[in-house]
Design a protein around this ligand. Structure first.
Ligand code: NAD
Ligand code: LMR
Length: 338
């Protein structure tokens, strides 16, 4: 265990800081895979988040350095690094939110499903520990293939008797971030004002941006909308190819992960009308897990929102994604029950 702040002086500083921010609740956030390509910038961004009072950085290696480094930043949270399975319990105890970017990333030519064999086992072990040490925490799953790792987590939690579907989230925020960026470029509108819901799942055609609902509205041709949809679906592959064997999106993912975690914390803290897209247990289609807009609240998912009106192109996209998403869900459920 590496404590970044151990002296009496530090603890005094902490006390004086928390008394000056007494209206903000204490929140412990744990990042599992914190020394990785996503984990490190995500740790930085969560250290900058004033809603976090305790930041727990867990990995199988290299967390002492990351924790010491991030811990020197003069913001609210205390940072502690934990390394190896023996320290996982301590990393998780008392966590309000657990973010999981642990696992291997893609190389060019691979699909996200090609990561299943390694990442499914990693996620299974980490979720068993969450069930034991912080069963009430919200879980933000980043590890791929998200379409399968979220159902794996649900099954592990069910076996442990603590599954609460309101607390399990597949992080699809990067799809929304990309859709906003690409749309703003084509629609020639300020990117900061853009909103685009993205539904379905998080792999290839299962990613379905709803540009018909994008705001500010723009009159884009069907060719442009088709190209925007495809670019959003292939956004991850675009980065994997550009990195040419050195991994997949890390910086944009850390940004997206930090945005979604912030939304979860705001929901926990009772901020009204926090709505983000996420891959959650759902009844809005016949599939048991589906990404759509979700209202976040004090217990996690407060409401899974309707899809709203879809264009004919989006209706076709919705039907086209269902077989792949269904089989990815079933693969995860089967793995967890082996
Ligand atoms: P990375 O290899 O750089 O980092 C992964 C980290 O996980 C490493 O530090 C490794 O030591 C750690 N790790 C491995 N096994 C672990 C375990 N049992 N417990 C704790 N930590 C463990 O990879 P990355 O680029 O950070 O990507 C991580 C995952 O996120 C990949 O599966 C990738 O596909 C996925 N990802 C998802 C999205 C999304 O939108 N949901 C976006 C980008 C990447
Ligand atoms: C992404 O969308 O960038 C991630 O899912 C990583 C990947 O493999 O594409």
């Amino acid at each position: 265990i590496v404590r970044s702040s151990s002296s009496a002086k530090q603890s005094l500083l902490r006390r004086s800081f928390s008394s000056s921010s007494s209206s903000v609740p204490e929140r412990k956030v744990a990042i599992l895979g914190a020394a990785g390509g996503i984990g490190q910038p995500l740790a930085l961004l969560m250290k900058l988040n004033p809603l976090v009072s305790s930041l727990s950085l867990f990995d199988i290696a290299n967390t002492p350095g990351v924790a010491a480094d991030v811990g020197h930043i003069n913001t609210r949270s205390e940072v502690v690094g934990y390394m190896g399975d023996d320290e996982l319990a301590k990393a998780l105890e008392g966590a309000d939110l657990v973010i999981i970017p642990a696992g291997v990333p893609r190389k060019p030519g691979m699909t996200r499903d090609d990561l299943f064999n390694i990442n499914a086992g990693i996620v299974k072990n980490l979720c068993s520990a969450i069930a034991k040490y912080c069963p009430h925490a919200l879980v933000n799953m980043i590890s791929n293939p998200v379409n399968s790792t979220v159902p794996i987590a649900a099954e592990i939690f069910k076996k442990a008797g603590m599954y609460d579907e309101k607390k399990l989230f597949g992080v699809t925020t990067l799809d929304v971030v990309r859709a906003k960026t690409f749309y703003a470029g084509k629609a020639n509108v300020p990117v900061a004002e853009v909103n685009v819901p993205v539904i379905g799942g998080h792999a290839g055609v299962t990613i379905l941006p709803l540009f018909s609902q994008a705001t500010p509205q723009a009159n884009l041709s069907s060719d442009v909308l088709t190209a925007l949809t495809k670019r959003t679906q292939d956004g991850g592959t675009e980065v994997v190819e550009a990195k040419a064997g050195k991994g997949s999106a890390t910086l944009s993912m850390a940004y997206a992960g930090a945005l979604f975690a912030d939304a979860c914390l705001k929901g926990l803290n009772g901020v009204p009308d926090v709505v983000e897209c996420s891959y959650v247990q759902s009844t809005i289609t016949e599939l048991p897990f589906f990404a759509s807009k979700v209202r976040l609240g004090k217990n996690g998912v407060e409401e899974v929102l309707d899809l709203g009106p879809l264009s004919d192109f989006e209706k076709e996209g919705l039907e086209a994604l269902k077989p792949e998403l269904k089989s990815s869900i079933e693969k995860g459920v089967k793995f967890a029950n082996q």
